[in-house]
Design a protein around this ligand. Structure first.
Ligand code: SAM
Length: 231
């Protein structure tokens, strides 16, 4: 049972289109005493759009350990601290987990204000089964590690959801083709933004379609789980 009068409000923010934010998120960002942001410059653009004047402090992986006690102290003194990441839901391949855990350990109230995440947006757009899925974050950056990581997932029946950077995506698709064969796949790019697209096919088909083109933008890969027919 939380005893402190303040609270941590973990707030999901847009993954591209700045209109993708809830009324509640905007209100709490306005009412909060402080916003802890992954990158204050990125969050400032969102705050400007909604004329939010709440002070900002940075909270990212390298300063988290030092900053968390300071933030908990403010909440215990009765303040509302909002936490946001650069895009989407904090804690999903983004800072969030450590602060939330520390607040809960300190018996401080944590409230999550739901909103966008690229993972679920891409999963739904993929047209692949959504009844069972596994969110994997980013694959290992090096080929050997990535192949082993994919091999360990080969028996998984749920749809696989992974983030990938544009400069590694072709290599990851090549590894997916080698390990999983011709399972259905969707590459969702620049979701909610001007050049949004979702390409569907097997990894080999998508690679062929990409050809020599440089892949740009933010990407989620959605891969069908193992079925009786698939590799
Ligand atoms: N917390 C975020 C969320 O809830 O989706 C994810 C943060 S993670 C550091 C950033 C990665 O998410 C990108 O490299 C990309 O894989 C994915 N991503 C974020 N925005 C996206 C978008 N608009 N379209 C496609 N993928 C996106």
């Amino acid at each position: 049972m939380a005893t402190a009068p303040g609270r941590l409000a973990v707030i999901a923010t847009p993954i591209g289109n700045l209109e993708d934010i809830t009324f509640r998120a905007v209100r709490i960002l306005q009412e909060a005493d402080l916003i802890a942001a992954e990158d204050t410059r990125v969050t400032r653009k969102l705050l400007n759009r909604y004329e939010i004047k709440t002070p900002l402090v940075s909270l990212y992986e390298q300063n988290e350990r030092g900053r968390i006690p300071e933030l908990i102290g403010k909440i215990e003194a009765g303040q509302t601290v909002a936490q946001v990441s650069d895009a989407g839901t904090p804690g999903i391949s983004d800072p969030g987990y450590r602060l939330i855990k520390a607040c809960l350990d300190a018996d401080v109230k944590v409230e999550v204000i739901p909103g966008p995440t690229a993972s679920i947006t891409a999963l739904v757009a993929s047209g692949l089964p959504t009844d069972r899925f596994l969110f994997l974050g980013f694959p290992p950056p090096k080929t050997v590690g990535r192949r082993k990581w994919l091999e360990d997932l080969a028996e998984e029946r749920g749809t696989l959801v992974m983030y990938e950077s544009p400069h590694r995506v072709k290599q990851t698709l090549t590894d997916i083709a080698a390990v999983f064969g011709d399972r259905p796949l969707a590459l969702a790019r620049e979701l909610t933004k001007m050049f949004e697209e979702t390409v569907r096919g097997t990894a080999a088909e998508i690679l062929e379609q990409l050809g020599d083109k440089t892949v740009k933008g933010e990407i989620v890969l959605i891969v069908g789980g193992k079925t009786r027919k698939s590799k």
